[in-house]
Ligand binder design. Sequence first.
Ligand code: IMP
Length: 191
Amino acid sequence: MIELIFATNNLHKLEEVQAIVGDRVIIKSLNDIDCHNDIPETGKTFRENAQQKTDYLVNKYNLNCFADDSGLEIDALNGEPGVYSARYSGSRDMERNIDLVIERMMNNENRTARFKTVISLHIDDNQFFFEGIIEGTIINHRRGSKGFGYDPIFIPDGYDKSFAEMSAEEKNLISHRSIAVSKMAEYLKNI
Ligand code: IMP
């Protein structure tokens, strides 16, 4: 048995990760260890942000832990919104964030983009990173109502529907997050 703290209080994320890593790994949330602080996320990359979160937990609690950081990178916008995905328009309102992307992409022919997740895993004083990427294109009007974030304007390569038109199961099979988590699960299986 391995016990890991996941630097999140998002139970939906926690359950999704637990299902992928299996019963041998017990995942606990920040609430479970009574951590109610806002963990700083001031890095310039997903990797820096993910590591910042695990460093914080290691320094404060000295526990085995992991953290993820994700976002959308659009080539024509020089990789934006990137680490600013959650607050691209200056607010957490996803309608405004999506509107801003659509506006900035209005006359752009280059529609290529990707969702990326980086996981930082700190275990027994060792540091590991696992990355998941899903390539796709940005459309200029919303399609679908499922999912969250930028799902309505992202069409993964090889599909003709947006992430928001897919069921959770269908999206989870191919998503950046599940690719990164599966890589971590593979590593944990072998220790
Ligand atoms: P987080 O690091 O997983 O909290 O993701 C940061 C932000 O990136 C979210 O608030 C979303 O705006 C965006 N994002 C991350 N993953 C996804 C996804 O699977 N679909 C849509 N948006 C996402």
